[in-house]
Ligand binder design. Sequence first.
Ligand SMILES: NC(=O)c1ccc[n+]([C@@H]2O[C@H](COP(=O)([O-])OP(=O)(O)OC[C@H]3O[C@@H](n4cnc5c(N)ncnc54)[C@H](OP(=O)(O)O)[C@@H]3O)[C@@H](O)[C@H]2O)c1
Length: 255
Amino acid sequence: MKTTNNTILITGGATGIGLELAKQFIAQNNTVIICGRREEKLSEAKKILPNLITKKCNISDLKQRQDLFNFCIDNYPNINVLINNAGIQREINFLKGEQNYLNGDNEVSINLDACFHLTALFIPHFLKQREASIINVSSGLGLVPLIITPIYSATKAALHSFSISLRKQLLETNIQVFEIIPPIVDTDLDRGARDKRGQTDKGISAEKVAKESIEAISNNKFEIPIGIVKVLRIGSRISPKLFLKIINKKSRFGN
Ligand SMILES: NC(=O)c1ccc[n+]([C@@H]2O[C@H](COP(=O)([O-])OP(=O)(O)OC[C@H]3O[C@@H](n4cnc5c(N)ncnc54)[C@H](OP(=O)(O)O)[C@@H]3O)[C@@H](O)[C@H]2O)c1
């Protein structure tokens, strides 16, 4: 994919990996639209990047997704890149009978439904562009689950699978499908829970993730394992039990 002169929507682009992608894509002369739920985070991002276009949107809501799509194509008809980046992560213990996983904003609607729906909305528009791309941000935990975040890990495994199918379905078209697979990244994703469980490994910077991703995208590498995920991807195929243990070693499921 050419990485200049695109018009790009990044869901959840006001913080973390999304914000870094926004910064680096703007630096390469792209028009970038971001969305998120928190107005103050959108404003902070706009202060850092005055050219950024922001739109308040909760992507777990079907109507708001449709409005976001309409906003993009009505105001920025050249839009040709969708980055499905927004995500949340929760610890859920089924043994404790936690059944509230589908209440309110939840991982299935944000990490998955929204990606499927936005993809379906944008494809007809993208088919009319000269070049277009859909870029999904999954996770190393989609390859090997973190057992204390079972639904999060399952949504990322599903997004990985979806990316493979979508890439094949769109193979003969002008739309390319990329998947960024980050390791632990130092962002606010589930920071509270990470701190509570005493996780000392804060991970690599979002800046590094964005840089490696854009470089790979520019070289048409469609599946993009970042940092240590390169090892995880191969290792988990050769020795799945060992890598399940390694990923979960600090939790009570590590044995
Ligand atoms: N950090 C890691 O270790 C790591 C590792 C692998 C993969 N990832 C993936 O990377 C992506 C970005 O996460 P991050 O690490 O950069 O964390 P982050 O800073 O928390 O970013 C997530 C963004 O998603 C937005 N978001 C969440 N729910 C939303 C909703 N319903 N509607 C619209 N926006 C929503 C958040 O904004 P609002 O709260 O304002 O809506 C936030 O800006 C996620 O898909 C995550 O799963 C992260």
